[in-house]
Design a protein around this ligand. Structure first.
Ligand SMILES: Cc1ncc(COP(=O)(O)O)c(C=O)c1O
Length: 415
């Protein structure tokens, strides 16, 4: 781990999308929070599935058996990715939103009028509206946990005030897809469990940056999306076995009652699941190169994230040092390097003279791809008074470089 920048520079070669040119210069992909680029092995796995093992599940013939093997291995790989010990508790689906809506509908059927649900004002709406709708259907009450405007961290006092014996579920994001703030999930789980409530964690934004460990987090459910961690457009849901087995999920009559099938409605995106397996293996392979002593896939993934975390912090430092020197720019969220453990390298800011859309347009013209708006973290941008324009979001991933950060800063300085 001596020369991380060089190390990750070499990683870039595995991502064909990063070779894209814009008017003769390399394009800069700072749009990772909306979807990362994919390494060649993911692209190959999707193509290989379709070319050689394309079949429906549980047949007696070769392609179906091979297809089943790939899907079974994908469940194992994602269990390793999440630190879960039971691959049967890994559910694949179209995306996190659809899986969360299915889960919220099922959990909501166990609530009674007067039960309470806690959601946060700093989460993506996919971890808010599904719970609000489920609560509305049964007459349960929803409370919204505030965040501190000065650093965009969750207001734990407000959480403790709103948590009660009536709380049935706390829905919290592991990391904000707008400000990058990492939420204290373990603390929240401990308090929620002591009050008799379950915890659902949206780890979509956390997944490409930090090692997920459902056991260490202590949550009851967790969802993420492979297309944010270098895979294809597939959603992932994990839940405690007894909960997934007993919840009254809406499913078709001939579909199996066993896990994970009772949650995986209809025919799945098999090629996407094959690609998801390859995305996890990309990370494990990265980890094995960093730490050849890593024995299991989980250990290799752990090694990969240790290096990713360290490298991303270097890039984040460079980006924030540059941004905070520009008087026209206001950054929302933690900027103090001594507190980088409380955030991932996703930075959201506004400019005194340009709207986020104008800024994103000017950057796009320079081949620098960033998002603008609210990225569905609408309660957060509302509280920060950023609506209707939102803010610009720069998302760094381990395939980004210091030169790219410098190019962004130079472009902003020249405006
Ligand atoms: C934090 C967060 N949660 C949930 C979602 C929704 O994920 P999906 O597109 O898989 O439904 C996103 C997507 O951007 C996100 O960033």
């Amino acid at each position: 781990m001596t020369d991380l920048p060089l190390y990750f520079e070499r990683c870039r070669a595995e991502f064909p999308g990063l070779q894209r040119q814009h008017h003769g210069r390399a394009a800069v992909f700072f749009d990772g929070p909306a979807g990362s680029q994919t390494p060649q092995r993911v692209i190959d796995a999707v193509a290989h599935y379709l070319a050689h093992t394309n079949a429906n599940t549980h047949g007696l013939f070769t392609t179906s058996r091979e297809s089943d093997e790939i899907i079974t291995e994908a469940h194992r790989a994602v269990a390793d990715f999440l630190g879960a010990d039971d691959p049967g508790c890994i559910v694949f689906g179209p995306n996190m939103t659809t899986l969360t809506l299915a889960l919220s509908r099922a959990i909501g059927r166990t609530w009674r009028p007067g039960d309470e649900v806690l959601v946060t004002r700093s989460d993506h709406d996919a971890n808010v509206t599904p719970w609000v709708l489920a609560a509305r259907d049964v007459g349960a009450v929803v409370h919204h946990i505030n965040f501190r405007r000065q650093d965009c961290t969750l207001d734990l006092d407000d959480f403790h005030r709103k948590l009660s014996r009536r709380t049935r579920l706390v829905a919290v994001g592991a990391a904000s897809n707008a400000t990058g703030t990492v939420h204290p999930v373990r603390t929240i789980c401990e308090a929620a469990h002591a009050a008799g409530a379950d915890v659902f964690v949206d780890a979509v934004h956390y997944a490409p940056h930090l090692l997920i460990d459902v056991q260490a987090m202590g949550c009851d459910y967790l969802a993420c999306s492979a297309y944010k961690f270098f895979g294809p457009h597939v959603g992932v849901l994990w839940g405690e076995r007894e909960r997934l087995e007993s919840l009254p999920v809406h499913k078709l009559r001939p579909a199996a009652e066993e896990l994970p099938d009772r949650w995986m409605t209809g025919t799945q995106n098999h090629e996407g699941i094959a690609g998801t397996l390859a995305a996890v293996d990309y990370l494990a392979n990265l980890g094995r190169r960093i730490d050849p002593a890593a024995t299991s896939r989980r250990e290799a993934i752990r090694a990969a994230f240790a290096a990713i975390e360290q490298y991303e912090r270097q890039l984040l430092r460079r980006l924030l040092d540059g941004l905070t020197e520009l008087p026209q720019i206001t950054v929302y969220g933690i900027t103090d390097p001594t507190r980088f453990a409380e955030r991932v390298p996703t930075v959201c800011f506004t400019h005194a003279r340009f709207t986020p859309q104008e800024l994103a347009q000017q950057l796009a013209a320079e081949g620098i791809f960033v998002w603008h708006g609210n990225y569905y973290a609408l309660p957060l941008t509302e509280v920060l008074g950023l609506e209707p324009h939102g803010a610009v979001r720069v998302g760094l991933l381990h395939y980004n470089t210091a030169e790219e950060v410098d190019r962004l800063l130079a472009t902003l300085r020249a405006l």
